[in-house]
Design a protein around this ligand. Structure first.
Ligand SMILES: [Fe+2]
Ligand SMILES: [Fe+2]
Length: 241
């Protein structure tokens, strides 16, 4: 039962359909999701009852959303890579040239578009590095840990003392990406194009808005499900051996 004292994280985990409500109210359910709904709403001056009503409505009308709480770490990894990493890799090469064109065309009158182009470029560079670290270092280690735990693989070798080190690094990179998107959102009044915007700029802002939504779901699955599970799995393995 969802109350104003439930954490955003727990609500999103129990009912993934509620994520669209958090997006609508701009409530952070991923990096900053470990706090009660009432506190998050008070901080943003949002009426908590309105959010509770919207949450109830979203779950009543929801299609059966995919529930990952019972997924194994390797199933989660497979989903994250094939859905969210693929989304980042598809969308960035599409959005970046559009942002360049918009900055050249609208920048002289709307300087925030030039800033958006720079920030999107920075976000893209940092995120692609981030995905590579997950796919080349952290995720293979978690998969090997799971195999070892199941008795179907050798003890995994790591270039870090415990999985918490790369996890901490990934968490701070998630924070940085989220912060960059918050800045972009603020400078564009929630990605609202200026009145004289051409359809390309309207499409760019819509694309970045969707990019942010996907990134939030992506980070939610990593921060709130995969990483805690990997840390717990490693502890179990260390105790057992
Ligand atoms: Fe990821
Ligand atoms: Fe990540």
């Amino acid at each position: 039962m969802t109350t104003s004292q439930s954490t955003l994280r727990s609500i999103a985990l129990a009912q993934p359909a509620t994520i669209r409500v958090f997006e609508r109210f701009h409530l952070d359910y991923c990096c900053g999701g470990n706090r009660p709904l009432a506190e998050a709403c008070a901080q943003k001056n949002i009426n908590v009852d309105a959010v509770l009503a919207a949450l109830a409505e979203s779950t009543a009308a929801a299609q059966p959303a995919r529930d990952f709480t019972q997924s194994t770490p390797s199933e989660l990894i497979q989903h994250i890579v094939s859905t969210h990493h693929a989304y980042v890799r598809n969308e960035l090469p599409r959005l970046l040239p559009v942002a360049e064109r918009c900055a050249a065309k609208h920048g002289p009158v709307h300087p925030e578009v030039i800033q958006i182009e720079r920030q999107l470029h920075q976000l893209g560079t940092e995120l692609l590095n981030h995905l590579s670290k997950e796919e080349l270092i952290l995720f293979p280690y978690i998969e090997a840990l799971e195999k070892f735990h199941n008795g179907s693989g050798p003890a995994p070798h790591a270039c870090f003392p415990t999985v918490e080190s790369p996890v901490q690094m990934m968490l701070s990179e998630h924070e940085a990406a989220g912060a960059l998107l918050i800045e972009m959102r603020a400078s564009t009044r929630n990605f609202t194009p200026p009145a004289d915007a051409c359809p390309t700029l309207v499409g760019l802002y819509d694309g970045i808005d969707a990019f942010e939504r996907d990134l939030h779901q992506h980070i939610h699955l990593e921060n709130n499900l995969l990483f805690p599970r990997a840390i717990a799995l490693e502890k179990e393995v260390l105790i057992a051996h």
